[in-house]
Design a protein. Sequence first.
Length: 161
Amino acid sequence: MRRVNRNERVRIALTLNGRRLSAEAEPRMLLSDFLRHGLGATGTHVGCEHGVCGSCTVLIDGVAQRSCLTLAVQAEGREVRTVESLAAPDGTLNPLQQAFRANHALQCGFCTPGILMSFTDYLARNPKPTIEQIRDVLSGHLCRCTGYAGIVAAIEEVAKR
C-alpha cells in the first residue's frame, strides 16, 4: 500500500448495491460520508459518528458493519450494500421491510436503515433466532421513538416465515 498525503484525494472503487462505482475521497473520509456525499446513497444515516447508535450500519462483503467507524479507503474493491438494496427495483419491499411496515416498527425512521441492515445479515446467518437473540442484536441500535416492541415483533414475524 502506498503512502498518501492526508489531504491528497484517492479514487475508491467498490460495488455498491450491485453496481460498480468509484469516486474520489480524502484518505481520512469515513465510509458513511463517502456513501452519502460521494456516491449518493443517502439511505445510510449518520447519527452518533461513534459506532454507538447503529444508524449507519451497512453490509460490507455481507457482514453488518458501522460505516461511521470504517474509512472509505477500507471499502476499496469490496461489496457494500445499503438499505437502498433491500427493495426490488419496482419498489416492492422485501419481507423484512414489509414486516416493519405491518408491525409499526418505525416512526421517524432514522434508525430503521441500520436495523434493517443488521437483521438482513443476522437473519441470513440465523434464520430462527430466539427473542433473546433478537433483543441482543437490537441492543446495538438506538431508537428514540418506538420502544422497540414493534421492531421485535417484525423480526419475529420474519423469523417465523
